[in-house]
Design a binder for this molecule. Structure first.
Ligand code: PLP
Length: 378
């Protein structure tokens, strides 16, 4: 099956009971059995349902992994990975991360005996030095949220593996349509399904995909034991969203490129960060490991916070909201929204100034989006 066919069909054979072409929503909590202890694949929906299983097969096929495990959110998926650590284990993470992931690492796990250190992973010498200390996992977001730093996945995997560490990539911004970290050497991929994969701002979900048998078995055990499962309706909505992943991402990518170029040439704009602009510091890394640059753009206006606030409030088409990755374009102020839990000093050190703005480009007409921004910035 070629990739565009896999997007629509992988893991979604017609239903065995009635031949339904669309994977049915198995809205049941439990399954009747004929004899105690004899099951027919399903027992209790906290572990899984046929709808969630189809989604897991689809995601595994799209990422090129042996198995996927789907969770109730991206953070629940990341938390399950942390649960595979034992006391004394260390995780080396990139420093620019979604604010909720940072909160999980730095606040929730602060008093637990797993050490999580954060560094700038665009600095390979620093990564090599840090890997001198025993490390279980290297965790990265690339491009990162919200400064869109790009990390060389292959190079980090080589360094990590020679130091005995496994690599986990949060590939939420790229989706498997534009980047497949397992093929670049990563050991597991994590996604917030809430974003581009489901693609309609109507689901919260997460997934972990890997080809490591023991790790996958642990994920299945953890979802059953912790209970952060994705319900059948949300699994169905995510599968339905994935069917259009390719066409949505192509449009989003083309729109984002036009909008990034418009911002780059605008007199009121101080700086623009988009992986597809030649001015991006890791442009070559992105070109090497991705087949598209995605729908996330960050920028700052010359007038700082005041100008930024004014622009966000004046937008009509761009909706001022948390989250990203849907068909509708969103504008976000990370310092007061997605990254509000990050201390201001840390934010500023990461380059997230008070006036920092993040765009999630949707599938509307690019010219409408440009005109709305232009009007709001004036
Ligand atoms: N990873 C990234 C890159 C994100 O942007 C987010 C949420 O914004 C998450 C993980 C967490 O996902 P969720 O909101 O589904 O828990």
């Amino acid at each position: 099956m070629r990739y565009d066919t896999k997007i629509v069909r992988a893991g979604q054979e017609p239903d065995k009971a009635h031949g339904a072409v669309t994977v049915p929503i198995y809205q049941t909590a439990t399954y009747a059995i004929k004899k105690p202890g004899v099951y027919h694949g399903y027992d209790y929906s906290r572990s899984t349902t046929p709808t969630k299983n189809a989604l897991e097969r689809s995601l595994a096929a799209l990422e090129g992994g042996k198995e996927a495990t789907v969770f109730s959110s991206g953070l629940a998926a990341e938390d399950a990975i942390l649960h595979t650590c034992a006391a004394g284990d260390r995780i080396l993470s990139c420093d620019d991360l979604y604010g909720g992931t940072r909160r999980l690492f730095k606040v929730v796990y602060k008093d637990l005996p797993v050490r999580i250190d954060m560094i700038d992973m665009t600095d390979l010498k620093l990564v090599r030095r840090e890997l001198g200390r025993r490390t279980k996992y290297v965790f990265m977001e690339t491009p990162s949220n919200p400064t869109l730093k790009q990390v060389d996945v292959r190079a980090i995997c080589a360094l990590a593996h020679s130091a005995g560490a496994k690599v986990i990539v949060d590939s939420t911004f790229m989706t498997p349509y534009f980047m497949r970290p397992l093929g670049l050497g990563a050991d597991a991929v994590v996604h917030s399904l809430t974003k581009f994969l489901s693609g309609h701002n109507d689901v919260i979900g997460g997934a972990v995909i890997s080809s490591d048998k023991a790790f996958n078995e642990r994920m299945k055990f953890l979802i059953k034991s912790i209970g952060a499962t994705l319900g059948p309706l949300d699994s169905y909505l995510t599968l339905r969203g994935i069917k259009t992943l390719g066409v949505r991402m192509d449009r989003i990518n083309a729109n984002a490129m036009k909008i990034a170029r418009f911002l780059e040439g605008h007199a009121k704009v101080k700086r623009v960060i988009y992986p597809g602009l030649e001015s991006h510091p890791q442009y070559d890394i992105g070109r090497k490991q991705m087949t598209g640059f995605g729908g996330m753009i960050s920028f700052e206006l010359k007038g700082g916070l005041k100008a930024g606030q004014r622009c966000m409030e004046r937008c009509r088409l761009w909706l001022l909201a948390e989250s990203l990755g849907g068909c509708d374009s969103l504008i976000t102020h990370p310092p007061s929204m997605t990254h509000a839990s990050v201390p201001r000093a840390t934010r500023l050190a990461l380059g997230i100034s008070d006036g920092f703005i993040r765009l999630s480009v949707g599938i509307e007409d690019a010219q409408d989006l440009i005109e709305d921004l232009d009007r709001a910035m004036r």
